[in-house]
Design a protein around this ligand. Structure first.
Ligand code: DGL
Length: 281
């Protein structure tokens, strides 16, 4: 039985006979978190996962901090009822605007993507570009995280409001998407970046488009890889790694399940079973 003074709170997950078997919660506004889920499958294949896509309320990137806080708290309350052992905010916008506030409000560890992404970026380059949602860019969360780690780097951020809707509509191969991407990357290329951070979990899905527009020496940083590494370390530290075979991933969305099933098939390579959930109850 798991016992630790920092988790001596009597919440549900500790009533598990073997708490390491409890699922990990991942959430995003939509399909972006699937880039984190794919990393979970690669790096932590024993873990059972509950994936939440708040598709009825996307995009998050044009919302206010007050709205994001409401959504995030609702999702975390729901996750708590599912007895998760840890949550990854597979969403930069939530990580930038809500993580520091809500972390104190729940009894399970909550990880965000910004810090792992910032750490990885400073290891790679000195002229760092960030592409992000309007809310993440405006928050300056990446810039702050990066300059706290290293002061001898330069950071440029670009807000990319059109990317998430285009990705959610599966318009990756639409020539219009390449045009939009060209415009967003232009100021970063003018500043001769050597590193580009996907500051939104949706954006790795645009990798072929972005790669085709970037000079080959520009390194791409995907925070999804690094947050899952942090998750592995955290589980190890807490003695909470699942050593049993995982349960099938559970998918819960607030919008249309059928649409998410199609996206799941496209990005995961299998047809997920998707249920509709109301997080506002
Ligand atoms: N994928 C999320 C992020 O990383 C949310 C994007 C959105 O809904 O605008 O920011």
């Amino acid at each position: 039985m798991y016992s630790s003074s920092i988790f001596d709170t009597g919440v549900d997950i500790f009533s598990y006979v073997e708490p390491q078997r409890a699922p990990i919660g991942l959430f995003d506004s939509g399909v972006g978190g699937l880039t984190v889920l794919r990393q979970m499958y690669k790096q932590l294949s024993n873990e059972s996962i509950i994936y939440v896509g708040d598709t009825a309320r996307l995009p998050y990137g044009i919302r206010s901090q007050a709205e994001i806080l409401v959504f995030v708290r609702e999702i975390l309350d729901w996750m708590q009822k599912q007895r998760v052992k840890l949550v990854i905010m597979a969403c930069n916008t939530s990580s930038a605007l809500a993580l520091d506030i809500v972390r104190q409000e729940f009894d399970f560890p909550i990880l965000g993507v910004i810090l792992p992404g910032a750490k990885a970026a400073v290891e790679k380059g000195k002229r760092i570009g960030i592409i992000a949602t309007p809310a993440t860019a405006k928050s300056n969360a990446y810039k702050q995280a990066i300059v706290e780690i290293r002061t001898d780097v330069q950071v440029w951020q670009v807000s990319c409001p059109e990317f998430v809707p285009l990705i959610e509509q599966s318009r990756i191969n639409d020539p219009y998407t390449t045009e939009v991407a060209k415009n967003y990357l232009e100021p970063l290329l003018e500043n001769k970046i050597d590193t580009l951070v996907y500051g939104c979990t949706h954006y790795p899905l645009l990798a072929p488009v972005l790669r085709s527009l970037l000079p080959p020496h520009v390194q791409l940083i995907d925070p999804a890889i690094h947050v899952v590494q942090s998750c592995a370390q955290e589980l190890e530290l807490l003695g909470m790694r699942n050593t049993y075979p995982p349960l099938p991933t559970r998918f819960a969305v607030s919008g249309c399940p059928e649409q998410f099933t199609q996206s799941g098939l496209q990005w995961l390579g299998y047809t997920p079973m998707v249920e509709q959930v109301c997080f506002t109850e």
